[in-house]
Design a protein around this ligand. Structure first.
Ligand SMILES: [Zn+2]
Length: 150
């Protein structure tokens, strides 16, 4: 699969750029339902909101609001970076069907656990996602390691 064939990935990239502009960790996400409707979108807000939990995927879930379990059936979580253990756990708990990631060269999260739980994982190996993360890690390594609990 390429980015061009996956319009759901354009939103997370927009969100990641927004995060970078705000001086935050440049990771974006979107939760898209089985019919392709965007339920929620968001970006990492740890720095902006001094939050412990607002990673991009959690922001997207939060912005989608409270939903019945059936809303997540067949849904895809698009995220510009391989999801950490916390976000992986949220995807597993809500039984999201697929996780599409921008890249996993700067960080590898819970991909194996997702697969074990029967969740499809697709890596788009997207250049812009990588460029955004690489620049952030170089500029603010401490903020990055704090983001992933290290
Ligand atoms: Zn996370």
């Amino acid at each position: 699969m390429t980015m061009e064939t996956d319009p759901g990935f354009i939103v997370p990239l927009e969100e990641a750029r927004k995060g970078a502009e705000e001086g935050g960790v440049p990771i974006g996400a979107a939760l898209v339902d089985a019919k392709g409707k965007i339920l929620g979108r968001g970006h990492n807000m740890r720095i902006q909101k001094s939050s412990a939990t607002l990673h991009a995927e959690i922001s997207a879930l939060e912005n989608a609001g409270r939903l019945p379990a059936i809303a997540y059936k067949g849904a895809t979580m698009y995220t510009t970076l391989s999801p950490c253990d916390m976000c992986t756990g949220a995807c597993v708990m809500y039984k999201i069907s697929r996780v599409v990631i921008g890249e996993n060269s700067t960080f590898v999260g819970g991909e194996n656990y997702l697969k074990q739980k029967g969740i499809e994982v697709v890596n788009l190996n997207n250049t812009e996602s990588k460029v955004l993360m690489t620049a952030f890690i170089e500029k603010q390594p401490k903020d990055w390691y704090e983001d992933i609990g290290e």
